[in-house]
Ligand binder design. Sequence first.
Ligand code: 4NP
Length: 148
Amino acid sequence: MVCIGNICRSPMAEYILKNKIKHKQLNWHIASAGVENYHIGEGAYPIALKVAASYNIDMQSHRASHFTQNDFDKYDKIYAFADDVYHRIIAQIRNEKDKLKVDYFLNEANPSSNASVTDPWYHDEDMYHAVFQQIDEVCDIILEKYKD
Ligand code: 4NP
């Protein structure tokens, strides 16, 4: 799960999906990162933390990290949360195999839409709720699609 700062959108997705697979026998390693290094080592943004907690998603242990080329080796799927993020990831691919791993997160709900999850950073708490709910729906789709 990759966004810009790794303090709002991608941590929500990481912790939502981790929560959904908690009682399932799935050997998934789910993580998140940002393409910018502004917030590395910081916890989730307080509004994101609070909104996630209101849905019983605990993101207290999150620490922001930076997307690196090693992530192409560690993960089978790399979800970009926005158009700019997608292009920043694609700029780091080493080969076609890397490229095939990268997709827009929202393409799991609307294939080929190449749509972005709204960056809630400049918005109020209501937007964090909307973003949370959108991410939650897509995580359900991902779980259904890849669980078997
Ligand atoms: P995120 O939100 O990419 O969902 O974590 C942002 C967080 C911080 C910034 C931008 C987006 N920033 O510019 O610092």
